[in-house]
Ligand binder design. Structure first.
Ligand code: PLP
Length: 222
């Protein structure tokens, strides 16, 4: 087992204090998560609901869970009672369902809008046009229990750092435009979640406020 505690401590020393680290624990067992938690770290990210649910009950209740993977609408109800942030909201209909489930228990859910910024076809997410259209609709203004806190994106999986930089810069540009045009009166709209193990340094240079990092803390996933 890698030295998770020292990995997380040294990573935090490289990240500015205004940036939050989401420790991505997908595929990793609960004892690995506890090793990170015992350094005082509280924010963890999982990409699959089933896996998140099975781990959560075995771990301290004050962990702040971020969902970072594609969320199926029929699974929303399982995470709404406890999730700290849903970073991977990728359609208007999903946002609507999150709001309906939130209404049932009267709990406000913090969400990020996931943008499609990579060149790969497979990655989920909004385009800027879709977000502009959504936020301009009357239906959108009815959503009382989802709080949009910013944007999230994943760069192309490539060694080409200039391409990665361009994609992150584009995402931060989308954030700034939305902030000015749509969310100027909403201080909570403030997050740009970008940067993983391979590209977080570029992401930080391009204005990231949340990095989501797994492998360099826990070791490679099998
Ligand atoms: C797996 C994953 C990460 C972390 O990836 P690492 O390369 O292990 O740091 C970050 N964000 C998302 C959305 C992921 O699915």
């Amino acid at each position: 087992m890698p030295d998770i505690a020292s990995n997380i401590i040294s990573l935090k020393q490289q990240i500015p204090s205004y940036v939050r680290l989401v420790t991505v624990s997908k595929t990793k067992p609960v004892d690995n998560i506890l090793a990170a938690y015992n350094t005082g770290h509280k924010i963890f990210g999982e990409n699959r609901v089933q896996e998140l649910l099975s781990k959560k009950d075995l771990l301290p209740a004050d962990i702040e869970w971020h969902l970072i993977g594609h969320l199926q609408s029929n699974k929303v109800k399982y995470i709404v009672p406890f999730i700290s942030m849903i970073e991977s909201v990728d359609t208007f209909s999903l946002l609507n369902i999150i709001n309906s489930e939130a209404l049932k228990i009267n709990r406000r859910i913090d969400c990020l809008l996931q943008f499609h910024i990579a060149s790969e076809e497979t990655k989920y997410g909004f385009s800027m046009n879709e977000v502009i259209e959504m936020t301009g609709s009357a239906e959108f203004r009815q959503l009382k229990l989802v709080r949009l806190c910013g944007v999230m994106g994943m760069a192309t999986f490539t060694d080409n750092s200039e391409q990665i930089r361009k994609e992150f810069r584009y995402l931060n540009g989308c954030f700034k435009e939305l902030k000015t045009r749509i969310f100027a009166e909403e201080p909570s709209f403030s997050e740009v979640s970008m940067g993983m193990s391979g590209d977080y340094k570029i992401a930080l240079e391009e204005g990231s406020t949340i990095v989501r990092i797994g492998s360099i803390i826990f070791g490679e996933r099998k």
